[in-house]
Design a protein. Sequence first.
Length: 296
Amino acid sequence: MTTTREQFDQRLAELRRTKRELTRRDFAHLAGVAEKTVRNWLGADTDFASTARTGARGAQLFPLEEGAQWARKQLFGPNEKAPQAHSGPRLSAEPQRMPHAPGERWRWVDMARLRDVTPTAVRVLAADYRDHPERPFPPRDEFDHRCDASEVSAWFVWYDTTRPGYSGPRPAQIAAASGTKDTRHKEVTRRLLTALDNGQDLTTPVLAEELDVSADVAARYLRQAAEEVLPGRGLLSRSQIAERLPATSPALTPAQRRERVKTLLKRQSAPAPVITVGDSPYYNERAVAELLAPPV
């Protein structure tokens, strides 16, 4: 082995300055091995390989911290300690269903993004509750390695409400007792509702300046508010439009679906965005349905 732990950490520090996701080439650079070795590692660990999302030109993209932890263990052994980033899975302050479209199916990475934890945290939790006598974690399909989103959402409501394996009150009860429930979240939600009523966009830089917070924090608040408010107003993001493309094109990859949506939205008959929240434009659901309807 030629790569030392010090070299690994130095390369990781460099990647953290420019990357949020890692490709197979990044793994090879990080670990000091050939890309063929990385392919072999991924082939031997299908659970981790399934956490990738598909990027441009079909590239596999892995969350940076999760990927770095995985590469460290591949290189130095399964007992190697990893950075303690995004520990979890955390309980929600208020039990609520994770938003999803009808029929949607989730990978570990999709659940992790909604819970703000690592895919490993969700995978370990699912393993711990696989054989629970009353509330087993929803099973993954053996072919596409995804879970039914509605079942997962309902399971996490139970998990957040019941606090299995925990003692003491839930975070929501602590917050209610101290009078410090998430007022900032409510403030951003009200701000988004005002923007909707006034026909104004609400971008990340604008909110960051208004709240005097970083862009990352503002983006997180906007995602939470958008998930809570916009579905009730019948609004869809571009990524949600891609999920609703007609079932006549099942062979399209996620990247091809996104490109298809971009093409459709360039038509003269395409609807204009109702609002931009963060960096995502949102469209009227009925107008999208008309856009996607097959020609008569």
